[in-house]
Design a binder for this molecule. Sequence first.
Ligand SMILES: CC(C)(COP(=O)(O)OP(=O)(O)OC[C@H]1O[C@@H](n2cnc3c(N)ncnc32)[C@H](O)[C@@H]1O)[C@@H](O)C(=O)NCCC(=O)NCCS
Ligand SMILES: Nc1ncnc2c1ncn2[C@@H]1O[C@H](COP(=O)(O)OP(=O)(O)OP(=O)(O)O)[C@@H](O)[C@H]1O
Length: 198
Amino acid sequence: MSFVLGITGGIATGKSTVVDLFKKYNFPVIDADIVAREVVEPNTPGLKKIVSTFGEDILHTDGSLNRQKLGQIIFADPKKRQTLNQLLAPFLQESIINQINEARRHSSLVIADIPLLFEAGYEKSVDQIAVVYIPENLQVSRLMKRENLTEKEARQKVASQLSIEKKKSQADVIFDNQQDRSFICQQVTSWLKAKQFL
Ligand SMILES: CC(C)(COP(=O)(O)OP(=O)(O)OC[C@H]1O[C@@H](n2cnc3c(N)ncnc32)[C@H](O)[C@@H]1O)[C@@H](O)C(=O)NCCC(=O)NCCS
Ligand SMILES: Nc1ncnc2c1ncn2[C@@H]1O[C@H](COP(=O)(O)OP(=O)(O)OP(=O)(O)O)[C@@H](O)[C@H]1O
């Protein structure tokens, strides 16, 4: 029986940093952000639904999705964000669950990197949930730095998700990313050893 560890956290709390460590140990990773790109590639039913809801203006001239424009719309408007989430949820869920099941056949440990794990209800699809945690003010400052945003823009993005404190309170495992990368690396390695995956 293989074990599925769901990894989540808030935007810019360090999920990719943690997931990269699992990749270094060669554990398979399902990345929900990649799946979210695949289901809206040109000529997919997902993209057709987006166009029928948000209009042709949401496309680049080559017919691909203008992600920046859609991001600007949905991070500023909770109703439109909910519309997009509901519209994509079935496509995302089918693909994520299929990929998890496929990876389970080849590995004793499967990592599912799902930023919106709690918001989208994937709790039952994984065996344990790890939350990559930093306090909100640090989250805002790392996000501002990474994406060159103003504080207002960064706080708007952070507010579009369940708060990091609520996520932390629902976690089975907490990876604390407030210090340097060697500290988070130690926590991941300890978890792998405790679970006898190393
Ligand atoms: C709005 C979109 C087009 C923006 O694309 P962009 O390339 O700029 O960002 P990217 O996809 O890399 O997402 C970056 C981060 O934004 C956050 N995020 C993405 N979508 C949402 C959302 N609907 N609500 C809250 N936060 C979100 C996540 O933390 C994610 O890791 C894109 O994020 C999208 O299609 N979102 C809806 C799909 C979704 O729910 N993705 C998350 C999978 S769990
Ligand atoms: N321990 C750390 N110390 C300082 N900076 C860090 C640390 N961990 C990550 N960062 C930086 O913080 C930012 C967010 O990290 P990362 O991209 O891993 O987060 P994420 O949760 O995957 O983000 P998103 O979901 O938004 O893609 C990046 O610019 C990264 O370089």
